[in-house]
Design a protein around this ligand. Sequence first.
Ligand code: ZN
Length: 231
Amino acid sequence: MKKTILTIAAHPDDEILGCGATMARLAAEGCEVHILILAEGLTSRQDTRDRKSNLKELSELAQTAVLAGKEVGAKTVEVLDFPDNRMDSIDRLDIIKVIEKKIDEIKPRVIFTHNKNDLNIDHRVVCDSVITACRPLPDQTVKEIYFFEVPSSTEWQIGSSSDLFLPNYFVAIEDKYLQKKMDALKIYDSEMRAFPHSRSLEAVKALATWRGASVGHNAAEAFSVGRIFVS
Ligand SMILES: [Zn+2]
């Protein structure tokens, strides 16, 4: 079935780290893939948020997100401007309304987004907001919600087992799709770190290998199922 997919991420690079290869596979199989990135992903590196002095870098990062999205076959990539690592300072309703507007425009059947208990506060806010925006009203187009893992946030959370990411949905990724994910991450060069940081190319590849081996396959991306409604 050719589905319309919407990936909703907090920061530029989360969408590729979380489901880059799956998006590449789905796009190649004829699905229509869209990406929405909510926060600008830059200004948290300063003591106070100074958007103006970073306009050039901000627009460069947004352009990078578009290039990375195209690499994995996305039809559209939209990068918004919520404050990086400060999304808990925004009224939740304002975030929900933006997501609702996007869903109304794209009418996706499938959503990929953050895991509810990531260490990063923006990831948690985005997950909560997506769940609210996707509440199952009779005219809701979204029938499937999956939560992805983002290296350097999902595994950095500390908590009881009920809080942690428990993958129960695996998407096999063949070499060509894993390669597209790696190529898209190379486009995000400024966001990647040197191994053994978990947000390094080597660690991302190792995770894909492990998630694949967990289900007897060469490579996979793993998700936790939010809700599936077979209508
Ligand atoms: Zn992030």
